[in-house]
Design a protein around this ligand. Structure first.
Ligand SMILES: Nc1nc2c(ncn2[C@@H]2O[C@H](COP(=O)(O)OP(=O)(O)OP(=O)(O)O)[C@@H](O)[C@H]2O)c(=O)[nH]1
Ligand SMILES: [Mg+2]
Length: 466
């Protein structure tokens, strides 16, 4: 049913000024004609807006539904590459669904999620990487995510992958030439050069696979653990960062007993801040469990904000927490920042005390009461996010989802096999087969080689009407 005509409401439901309803497929014009008067239908011109009244279909007394702006597009000059009509109706929930109902009564089918974009892909309006980026553009929450989605949407990413593929085609050409003349025992391809080219490609693919970690970070956010002994102001800092009273703050040590996670954007990057229970030795079972959870967070978060109270001398608990942070950061690289909070109070914590204590940490001052120091902390955090998500020298291209990562990893594996077979001195056929698998895997990445299953899976995550 690839050519049937589909319809959907493209805008989010709810109270709104305008809603957009889309109709796409071979019979788009014929179906739409059933909702309008013939003289209005005649006035429609491709790519031109027209104000048109829509009427209900299938009844003797046709009822007026709405006055709408309508834009027709004629295949292949549309988003889907098919005949398309976009209807801009009044918003809300009743009018748009009434229009949709009537389109369906007139012969359209309700579109599946992502089906418009799927058709755009099937009609060569965009490749798979571009099509996938559409979903990301829609769900982007930060500037950094949007920039990355644009890299794919513009085709820049696909061109890069195509470049890798043509490099492989080139190598295959050389190997196959050699194969054709196998009996004559000639070597067209310079062996060491070929091996070098395989290695270069491997390196590019390795970087590409690695880039997924950065993408993941952009989408899921950089996790920042706020730790420290009870009452140093962890929850106050969380609230300050979030600019709302999210966590309970009291002067009673042990106020926070569970882990509180909240995501926000700072400087164009997504962060997930995690307020934890103050770490100390206690008998209370609930608090003990909270402390155990704090430890787990401390272990896994790549950024740790370790709070101290500037109005008090260092305490045993501070030393114990410091010890744990250092221990965990040996296991996985962490950004460690000591924040000397309550800097509005008379200072007791001396520089001498801190000298050894703060080794290996960045030290910053803060007052959660006046807000002084917050901006500097935010700047440091966005610098960390930038550093961790920026492509660096290894290239600009980044993979945006797990499917792409798996395809790139498959290509890499095939090239590693090619290298092995090369070194083992296997014949060209084996190496050619490896390179061909690598090419296929890259083809999958941008959708040159796809199956219905893969497509179904990808587009199922889209919104209806997209
Ligand atoms: N003067 C001053 N008081 C602060 C500051 N930050 C927090 N406080 C106070 O310190 C007390 C403890 O703050 P919380 O944010 O609840 O501390 P916490 O680290 O979350 O404590 P637990 O949840 O018990 O581990 C509260 O009375 C806050 O108002 C600050 O910068 N200056
Ligand atoms: Mg707290």
């Amino acid at each position: 049913m690839k050519n049937d005509t589909i319809a959907a409401i493209a805008t989010a439901p709810g109270r709104a000024a305008i809603a957009v309803i889309r109709l796409s497929g071979m019979d788009a014009f014929k179906i739409f004609a059933r909702l309008v008067r013939p003289e209005d239908m005649e006035k429609l011109e491709p790519g031109r807006v027209r104000l048109v009244r829509l009427y209900s279909v299938g009844e003797k007394e046709r009822e007026w539904i709405d006055e709408c702006i309508v834009v027709p597009y004629v295949a292949p000059h549309s988003y889907t590459g098919e005949d398309v009509i976009e209807i801009f109706s009044h918003g809300g929930s009743y009018v748009p669904s009434l229009i949709l109902d009537n389109l369906i009564r007139a012969g359209a089918r309700l579109a599946q999620p992502g089906e418009f974009t799927l058709r755009a892909f099937l009609n060569d309006k965009m490749d798979l990487a571009q099509a996938e980026s559409v979903e990301w553009i829609v769900s982007a929450k930060t500037r950094a995510e949007l920039d990355l989605a644009h890299q794919h949407y513009s085709g820049q990413f696909s061109r890069e992958i195509q470049r890798l593929r043509s490099e492989m085609i080139d190598m295959l050409g050389l190997l196959e030439l050699e194969l054709d003349f196998a009996e004559e025992d000639v070597e067209f391809a310079d062996r060491s050069e070929l091996l070098q080219r395989i290695k270069t490609l491997q390196e590019l693919l390795r970087n590409l696979v690695r880039s997924y970690e950065r993408t993941h970070l952009l989408r899921e956010g950089l996790r920042v653990a706020i730790v420290g002994r009870p009452n140093v102001g962890k929850s106050s800092l969380l609230n300050l960062l979030l600019k709302k009273e999210r966590a309970i703050v009291t002067d009673i040590p042990g106020t926070t007993r569970d882990v509180i996670e909240e995501a926000i954007e700072i400087g164009g990057y997504k962060f997930v801040f995690i307020d934890t229970a103050g770490i100390r030795d206690v008998d209370d079972r609930v608090e003990q469990e909270g402390i155990r959870r704090s430890e787990t967070i401390l272990k896994s978060a790549p950024v740790v904000l370790f709070l101290l109270d500037s109005g008090q001398h260092l305490q045993t608990e501070d030393w114990q927490i410091r010890q744990r942070i250092l221990q965990y950061s040996r296991e996985s690289d962490k950004e460690k920042i000591i924040i000397i909070n309550k800097s509005d109070l008379p200072r007791r914590l001396s520089d001498r005390e801190l000298e050894h204590f703060a080794e290996g940490f960045k030290v910053m001052a803060l007052s959660c009461v006046t807000g002084e120091g917050l901006e500097a902390i935010e700047q440091v955090l966005s610098k960390i996010a930038k550093k961790r998500t920026e492509p660096g020298q290894e290239g600009q291209s980044m993979l945006v989802n797990l499917r792409q990562k798996e395809a790139a990893a498959k290509a890499l594996e095939a090239l590693e096999a090619a290298e092995r077979h090369f070194i083992e001195g296997l014949s060209q056929e084996f190496i050619a087969t490896d390179i061909r698998s690598a090419m296929d895997a890259l083809g999958e990445l941008i959708g040159e080689v796809t199956t219905e299953d893969i497509l179904g899976h990808i587009f199922a995550n889209f919104c209806i009407g997209k």
